[in-house]
Design a protein around this ligand. Sequence first.
Ligand code: SAM
Length: 286
Amino acid sequence: MAPQPTAQQVIEGQRQDWNRVAGGWEKWDRYFDEQMAFLNHRLVADARLHTGMKVLDLGSGTGYPALLGAQTVGPNGSVIGMDLAEQMLEVARRKANRLGLNHITFQAGDVTALPFEANVFDAATSRFCLMFLPEIPKAADEIARVLKPGAWVATAVWSAPEKNPSIGLSMAAIKQVIELPPPDPAAPGIFRLAKSGELAGLFQQAGLIDVTEQEFLAEWSYASADEYYTSLMEIAAPVQNLMAKLTDAQKQDVKQRITQAASNYRRGGRIVFPMAVRMVAARKPL
Ligand SMILES: C[S@@+](CC[C@H](N)C(=O)[O-])C[C@H]1O[C@@H](n2cnc3c(N)ncnc32)[C@H](O)[C@@H]1O
């Protein structure tokens, strides 16, 4: 069996992966914003953001939900968006400039080692980041440390692959073409926090209270199976990594399988996928 990568190697891999796809995220930004903005609103609500607050967004990527957080807290508040990938943050900064938001800053860093004093943030948010961390309990401890007493953290992570076919079917198609080692359920990855109670339990262990969890069901849609395939290849770093293992002929085969499988989700002229997101919120005791 191949040796497990160290935490530092995982983090370095993540940094490279997400920097590589930053151009794709910028290209597809409008589409994903239109399809997934409701999750930002849900996170802003779960974190109880209001005017004047100082907020930390973990793994902001190209600025979600940090930008909505900044609009919500207003110029008397502030938001720091943190991410490993400097090139994702460059996209986020351009968007903040366009929106005229001067009270948001984007800072490169690892969310498992937060460079902040204890008890400084009024709230924290995080969308689709925590499952990629090699040491999630450490991140939970760090979140608990930097929040002020009584402050909320609100997070979104992907639920199970079978409930998220837009991600799961691409993995399944690749597995039909090349043999992949069975996934290690403890290894960082898209579905690492899919199980009910997992992240909630880590928040509890970190000393957070009033933990809530909901599997939030929704849909997202694409104009065509080809559009879905193209966006997937340009933004999904974990899928890109698997595709890189294939020959050109295998890539064609996978493309055909993915677009074929996606066509099964055609409804009303679009490809409509269900999605299931695990929303986990908690707060620091007073
Ligand atoms: C799927 S993207 C989500 C970005 C954004 N929050 C969104 O929802 O659009 C995951 C992000 O997590 C970041 N990330 C992964 N591990 C991280 C770590 N240890 N510290 C900070 N950011 C990390 C990646 O660089 C990437 O930008």
